[in-house]
Design a binder for this molecule. Sequence first.
Ligand SMILES: [Zn+2]
Length: 197
Amino acid sequence: MTRCLDCGSERTADQCSACGLTSAAAEVMFRRRFLKRTIFFLAGSLAFPYVSQIYAPLDLDLMLVFFGAIFFVALAIAVVLDRRARNRQDLEVLKRIYAGFIPLPWILAATLLLNGRLDSQKNLTYHPTTVDSRYNMRGVVRGTRRLFVHSWREGQKIERLAVNEDDYDRFHPGDAVVVGVEPGALGIPWYFAVYRQ
Ligand SMILES: [Zn+2]
């Protein structure tokens, strides 16, 4: 049994009886929508790391790993969809799964944005600690800089602070610092600033 690539109805002849498209026309329609969705997904995939640098959660690296997994699964589905469309194979289930992935980067970005934007400076807490080490990975756009400090949270040894370039250069292992942390309007604690003790 074959299904129309565009509307998903069962097709007995080359022309779909539900939407009237031939199998070639249905593939064109499918690809047009597929491209739009993919662009929307990729735009969100740029928005999320961007927002995560403005209101950097304490557990940013964990979230980036999670986000990376979403990104590559979606990419893999896109590749399979493309191949199946070319062979005019049934796409219905995979199309729906893919549609579920499309808004995810935007949802993650909006969550971090609201979490930081709706937070009040009154809730800021300060944690005295010391710098353990630093980590700098040069990237295409802004790179990744982390200041590792001894954690004040229970069950956690190290906090990996997503600092900017200035703070990265300012502090060295062994320095006594105070870390400003916001609780987050949605309960995701995020790194506000780091000061010298
Ligand atoms: Zn159709």
